[in-house]
Design a protein around this ligand. Structure first.
Ligand SMILES: C[S@@+](CC[C@H](N)C(=O)[O-])C[C@H]1O[C@@H](n2cnc3c(N)ncnc32)[C@H](O)[C@@H]1O
Length: 302
């Protein structure tokens, strides 16, 4: 293990350096970095509502694995939604949740302990911008919404691939777009501008949010043929839960876009975040959508 990597038990101090929403530029914090607890809440809400991709992507990993993985690393585990899904999919595997944030590792280990998985999951605190921890090898590596956060993702990809056991599989997942909540067509007479979310997302993108390159070429350079798969997801949620997620997310967008969105769009956000009849909690027509893409690269047996 390198100096910057520390194995963790079940309690952690320290502060998260994670960014809002899905971290760097994905769920949008603008200039206000959320606390670790806020980030963990957003990640958990996302998994509760849009988490069917976790079932599909882990099933995909199982199909592509040459043999059942005995060791798994969840790279940038965050609050542990991937760790939990991997533990369910691969009931005999030992899983290492790797994150630079002690707060996030703590959240993951609490979540896994609550499911009685403590014997199968360990935390590893490591900042991948400083290099891959030497001791961390696995049959399956899973990096969901985390690779784009690294300073040098291509180097990290190559290091992960190198640290895979022969025949092992690397899975990368990213969000294609920010989650959206509003119906395509606003109700007649709405004070919310049509096309609001698309415009806000475009402004965020031009501010550099949710940006990641097509990973295929980098993975191929790391040494493997790559499969790619799309996971379109419409959330399954109660109206209350959808409103909670929307409030968390749109609230952060409002902070981030205060200086750059059109005044009419900011006014629409105020309508949604206010407590009038079109507020998120009262409108009753929210549909959470969030699409992801996965990449899979397998290391040869030799
Ligand atoms: C957006 S969250 C994704 C969490 C989880 N994989 C998920 O899908 O919900 C990204 C995570 O990557 C971690 N991360 C960011 N940069 C990192 C780095 N340089 N080394 C290790 N972890 C990092 C953050 O602390 C955060 O927990």
């Amino acid at each position: 293990m390198t100096e910057h990597a520390q194995h963790h038990g079940h309690s952690h101090g320290g502060h998260s350096h994670g960014r809002a929403g899905h971290g760097h530029d994905q769920h949008g914090e603008g200039h206000a970095h959320p606390s670790g607890a806020e980030l963990a809440e957003t990640l958990d809400l996302d998994a509760r509502i849009l988490g069917s991709y976790l079932e599909e992507a882990t099933a995909w990993a199982a199909d592509l694995s040459a043999q059942k993985p005995a060791s798994i690393i969840d790279v940038g585990a965050g609050s542990g939604v991937g760790t939990l899904a991997l533990a369910r999919r691969f009931p005999n595997a030992h899983i290492t949740a790797l994150d630079k944030s002690a707060t996030m590792l703590s959240a993951t280990l609490e979540a896994t302990a609550a499911q009685g998985l403590d014997g199968r999951v360990a935390g590893l605190q490591a900042d991948l911008d400083e290099g891959w921890p030497a001791s961390a090898t696995a049959d399956l590596m899973w990096a969901s919404s985390s690779l784009h956060e690294l300073t040098n993702p291509e180097r990290a990809m190559a290091e992960m691939f190198e640290a895979l056991n022969p025949g092992g599989l690397l899975i990368i997942v990213e969000m294609d777009s920010l989650p959206s909540f509003l119906p395509e067509t606003p109700p007649a007479g709405s004070a919310v501008e049509p096309g609001l979310e698309a415009r806000l997302h475009a402004t965020l993108a031009s501010n550099g949010w949710n940006q990641y390159p097509e990973w295929t070429a980098g993975l191929e350079r790391a040494g493997s043929a790559v499969e790619r798969r799309h996971f379109p997801t419409t959330g399954s949620s109660t109206p209350e839960l959808a409103a909670r997620y929307a409030r968390t997310f749109l609230g952060r967008m409002r902070n981030a876009l205060a200086g750059s969105a059109a005044p009419a769009d900011l006014a629409s956000l105020e309508v949604l975040l206010g407590d009038g009849p079109e507020s998120l909690e009262r409108r009753g027509d929210l549909v959470v959508r969030g699409h992801r893409t996965g990449w899979a690269a397998r290391k040869s047996q030799a």
